[in-house]
Design a protein around this ligand. Structure first.
Ligand SMILES: Nc1ncnc2c1ncn2[C@@H]1O[C@H](COP(=O)(O)OP(=O)(O)O)[C@@H](O)[C@H]1O
Ligand SMILES: [Mg+2]
Length: 271
């Protein structure tokens, strides 16, 4: 898909297509023939119960695992067919927020965010520090440069993780369980931040989650995985009206939510 951005005609398609992905560990199938498209400029959610294969799927997408078969196509090009240089350049376009933030505890906030800049760029120290301050501003942490991770709350750590993930201006952003360990309100702030950054920079963002608030808040495109198989794909609005039994059991897990869904559907019918 080619997208035209802004006034200048600029091709900025950055979608990811996964086709027929198969992955087993020791003969046990973990991903079974998954096909999906991760759309540009959107938060693409991968949802499913614990152990359903979400992390393995994202690791296949970023090249940390090699699928047994299938294609992973970034911007029209299959990873398997890429040269080493092309893979390297793709790697530079991918930002990752790991489960649990994964900050370096012995480094300050600033040093953590400098890390990818030191590794991938030849910018001067002044240029790098300017960029660190820009992303700190983006995640509302101006002035936290010299703090150590131990001094930060869970939500702040995630925000530093996001700042580090976007410091190289990636086209693709992967967030694995960005809300794990956070209270519902902080979770919403993190979701909103990921969403705003995605639309502002027209990134292709993949969020792995089992947080239902996220699904309803930022789930414009959702891929539901159950026991390694894609069971459903659609938007947060479509979930309410879906009759996929597995999806309904997963999303509307409690009797209370089942009733709420029924009421919402009846309300919609009455119009
Ligand atoms: N490196 C690995 N070796 C063997 N099995 C693995 C490995 N990574 C994940 N698995 C298995 O793959 C399945 C899916 O795991 P995962 O993708 O982490 O689930 P999720 O992220 O949906 O909770 C699980 O049964 C898990 O035990
Ligand atoms: Mg996981």
């Amino acid at each position: 898909m080619v997208k035209i951005c802004g006034e200048n005609v600029l091709v900025c398609s950055a979608m990811i297509e996964i086709r027929n992905i198969q992955k087993s560990f020791d003969g046990r199938v973990v991903l079974d023939n998954i096909t999906a498209v991760m759309e540009t400029g959107k938060c693409n959610l991968i949802i499913g119960a614990s152990g359903s294969g979400k992390t393995v799927l994202t690791k296949c997408m970023v090249g940390l695992f090699e699928p047994d078969s299938g294609e992973i196509i970034f911007d029209g090009k299959n990873i398997v067919d890429m040269t080493d240089d092309e893979r390297k350049s793709l790697r530079r376009q991918i930002g990752m927020l790991f489960q649990g933030s994964a900050l370096f505890d012995s480094m300050t906030v600033e040093q953590n965010i400098l890390f990818p800049l030191d590794m991938f760029t030849k910018q001067t120290t002044a240029e790098k520090l300017k960029r660190v301050n820009e992303v700190l501003e983006k995640v509302n942490l101006v002035g936290s440069n010299k703090k150590s991770p131990a001094e930060l709350s869970g939500g702040m750590k995630k925000r530093v993780g996001i700042a580090r993930a976007i410091v190289l201006n990636p086209k693709y952003l992967f967030c694995d369980e960005p809300n794990s360990g956070l209270d519902p309100q902080t979770s919403l702030l993190i979701d909103k931040l990921i969403h705003d950054i995605t639309t502002e920079y027209n990134m292709t963002t993949i969020v792995v989650t089992h947080d239902m608030n996220s699904v309803m808040e930022i789930g414009h495109h959702i891929v539901y995985v159950h026991k390694g198989k894609k069971q459903w794909e659609g938007s947060n609005k479509e979930i309410i009206f879906s009759d996929n039994e597995l999806l309904n059991k997963f999303i509307f897990a409690s009797d209370f939510l089942q009733d709420a869904k029924q009421m919402r559907m009846l309300g919609a019918k009455k119009g």
